[in-house]
Design a protein around this ligand. Structure first.
Ligand SMILES: [Zn+2]
Length: 381
């Protein structure tokens, strides 16, 4: 299968690039206007209808017309969807941000710089800034292991998607990963333990407090409160994203080292389920589980390792040995009434997940004490 990993590079914008971005935004709005007026939703029809008119106004390479049509239709589609939900007040969408998408025919990637075709036989060169993370992709690309896809350019970044064909191998061992509010715990079939402590809860509670204070302010100064709320939401989102990246990176480094397949909880639809208890719901809201799972999944797949999801129901309340009911027994510990098995509750949850995957079967129980692979990953507080 083909897997894609998008890697951002920063760059210094020049006047030429800015002009190109502004012109591209005009092209997108031109396409939006036309498609909106003539109620066109098909890409082929829009491109065919608009090409002549576009050519009269701009003398850029033809591919810019294709790309502008595609983005215009995506913006319109998104706008109609929001319209249906009743969240839109403007009568027609407008592209405001400066960005463009270029397919491989419009640019050439050289590793440390990019050449963009502007007009026939006229090019722009952009030097890319990169660190250790980007360098690894450039080197793999130089060795011919990766191909680049459609790039996105905005005022400060160029996002390059690297594509790779991987054969999702059948790993000999699997690791189940349980995410909870203070850590990430993995138990593998060989057996092996991985525990990553995070400060996600700390980050969440800091912003929870901030929001509460702002809400008190909103009675007297509603506009300031709104502005602050927006600012802190954005900052919180960035912190969470950063932490998810760091945690997923450590997990994937670990699974690559041991060649593990990954098993995680299938969380789809869980928030909607009324049968699920309040505590679990709170747990789900307190961590961006789906974001973390998504990062783990694509990074693992990029390394050729399979990822599977299993139903998480009762994984933290039933005994992995006899299926009996578990009761709390000391700090973060659970004990089975029927057979006496006692272990850390996060380890139990991961063992149960592991055993739900038919391929793992009766995998051996991990050591009860956490003595291996304890890692702490902290996001900015
Ligand atoms: Zn038991």
């Amino acid at each position: 299968m083909e897997v894609v990993l998008s890697v951002p590079f920063s760059y210094n914008i020049s006047d030429e690039v800015r002009r190109l971005l502004e012109d591209f935004r005009d092209m997108v709005n031109f396409c939006i206007d036309y498609a909106f007026k003539n109620q066109i939703t098909s890409y082929a029809k829009l491109r065919k209808d608009i090409y002549g008119k576009w050519k009269n106004r701009w003398d850029y390479s033809t591919h810019y017309c294709h790309s502008a049509c595609k983005i215009a239709l995506a913006i319109l589609k998104n706008w109609r969807r929001r319209m249906k939900k009743g969240g839109v007040r403007c009568e027609k969408p407008v592209a405001r941000k400066l960005f463009m998408q270029l397919d491989p025919q419009l640019y050439k990637f050289y590793g440390d710089r990019i050449r963009i075709s502007v007009k026939p036989r006229q090019f722009l060169f952009i030097d890319l800034k990169f660190g250790e993370y980007q360098r690894r992709f450039i080197e793999a690309w130089m060795r011919g292991e990766l191909k680049t896809g459609e790039i996105t350019i905005n005022e400060s970044k160029i996002v390059v998607p690297f594509k790779k064909y991987v054969d999702l191998s059948n790993p000999s061992d699997w690791i189940a990963i349980d995410v909870n509010e203070s850590n990430v715990t993995g138990v593998s079939t060989n057996p092996h333990l991985l525990r990553i402590d995070t400060n996600m809860r700390e980050i969440k509670s800091v912003y929870f407090e901030k929001r509460r204070r702002i809400q008190r302010l909103s009675k007297h100064r509603p506009l300031t409160a709104m502005r602050l709320l927006k600012k802190y939401s954005k900052r919180e989102r960035n912190r969470v994203k950063d932490l998810c990246h760091k945690v997923s990176k450590r997990i994937v480094e670990f699974v690559v080292k041991y060649n593990f397949g990954i098993i995680m909880e299938n969380l789809k639809g869980i928030r909607k389920s009324i049968h699920y208890n309040r505590i679990l719901n709170r747990r789900l809201h307190s961590w961006n589980f789906r974001m973390l799972q998504f990062y783990i999944e694509y990074k693992a797949k990029f390394n050729g390792l399979p990822v599977e999801y299993v139903n998480p129901k009762h994984t933290s309340s039933l005994c992995p040995i006899c299926g009996g009911k578990l009761a709390p027994n000391g700090h973060r510990l659970l004990r089975c009434d029927a057979c006496g098995y006692k272990a850390d509750r996060d380890i139990i949850a991961a063992v149960n997940l592991l055993r739900r995957n038919p391929r793992c079967g009766e995998s051996p129980l991990p050591p009860k004490a956490l003595n291996e692979s304890l890692i702490e990953v902290r996001g900015k507080g």
